[in-house]
Ligand binder design. Structure first.
Ligand SMILES: Nc1nc2c(ncn2[C@@H]2O[C@H](COP(=O)(O)OP(=O)(O)OP(=O)(O)O)[C@@H](O)[C@H]2O)c(=O)[nH]1
Ligand SMILES: [Mg+2]
Length: 294
């Protein structure tokens, strides 16, 4: 009888001990994992000259200036810091950055931390930019022009990088949207291109549909200062009307992207126009919040 009690208490003690050890091990592993930085890649996708490089430079200008206080993010690496500093200085002198031509892909790097309760997480952020020249050549390279344009991104080396991205910025060029000629063709080609790119991403992963559902997508109307310029407006209400008009025009694309992810946002951005109260470039805050980890 005594032996049975003894064995029972061993089993009970051993069992509880094992459970406690498991719980401790679980917390130790998850604590250690939280200390390891997590890679977070942001892919910027847009036609040549749509404002991609200027947009990324503007985002980094905001990161440098630390005006968006709740984001704990700092640029990383000499390459990124030098390039961004040179490009910010050029923009401030009123010069253009020029077409991106000199490499397959430039990854702008930054470190970021997020805090949830007692837990801190470390991220290594990369924002990928690619040379528009390549895709321009591709689109002009003969063959069926519309198909070439629609699938312009798929054959670029950059697309391999896009395949592993964690967040996506699709750029609509406001200059093309409000152009007197060609805006409808632009809209239909861009809508087809973005759909085709997204479909290719989904097809690439065996669980594409499920995997991409959690990935943030931001649809950006770049160069939105031109919308103000066009109508010579400063009134926020009038601008909202213009925005709504554009959203109507682009409702197919918006509905498509919205249906593909649970984390969709829409941003009107300008790399040149700053908010009069905060001094932050138009759309930069919402854009960063949309694509960075929370
Ligand atoms: N008005 C206005 N023009 C802009 C803005 N952003 C970029 N641009 C202009 O748009 C043109 C293209 O800008 P880039 O940033 O080089 O565009 P990109 O998409 O990187 O071009 P590629 O590298 O050739 O693909 C330049 O003339 C910029 O000055 C903006 O916010 N407002
Ligand atoms: Mg560029």
């Amino acid at each position: 009888m005594n032996a049975t009690v003894q064995i029972g208490s061993w089993i009970g003690g051993g069992f509880i001990g094992a459970i406690l050890s498991l719980i401790l091990a679980f917390f130790a592993i998850s604590w250690a994992r939280r200390k390891l930085p997590i890679a977070h890649y942001v892919a910027v996708i847009g036609y040549p000259r749509s404002g991609k490089t200027t947009l990324i430079t503007a985002l980094f200008a905001e990161i440098f200036s630390r005006k968006i206080k709740h984001l704990a993010i700092t640029p990383r690496g000499e390459e990124t810091i030098n390039r961004v500093n040179e490009d910010i200085a050029r923009l401030e002198r009123g010069e253009e950055l020029g077409a991106t031509t000199d490499q397959d892909l430039f990854a702008y790097r930054a470190d970021m931390t997020t805090r949830r309760g007692p837990f801190t997480r470390y991220y290594k952020i990369e924002i990928g930019d690619f040379p528009g020249e390549d895709s321009r050549k591709l689109a002009e390279d003969g063959g069926e022009p519309s198909n070439k344009t629609i699938q312009w991104l798929h054959n670029l080396p950059y697309f391999k990088w896009v395949l592993s991205a964690d967040a996506f910025i699709f750029v609509v060029d406001s200059e093309k949207v409000i152009a007197k000629e060609g805006s409808e063709v632009y809209r239909s080609q861009l809508t087809s291109s973005f759909r085709a790119a997204w479909q290719r991403l989904k097809d690439h992963h065996y669980d594409g549909e499920k995997r991409l559902r959690n990935k943030p997508i931001v649809l950006v109307f770049s160069k939105s200062d031109l919308l103000y310029g066009l109508l010579e407006i400063s009134d926020k209400d009038v601008f909202a009307e213009v925005e709504n008009g554009l959203l109507d025009e682009y409702s197919d694309l918006i509905a498509y992207l919205k249906s593909e992810t649970e984390k969709f946002s829409l941003v009107f951005s300008s790399s040149f126009r700053k908010d009069s109260e905060t001094g932050i470039r138009m759309g930069a805050r919402k854009l960063l919040e949309g694509v960075l980890p929370r």
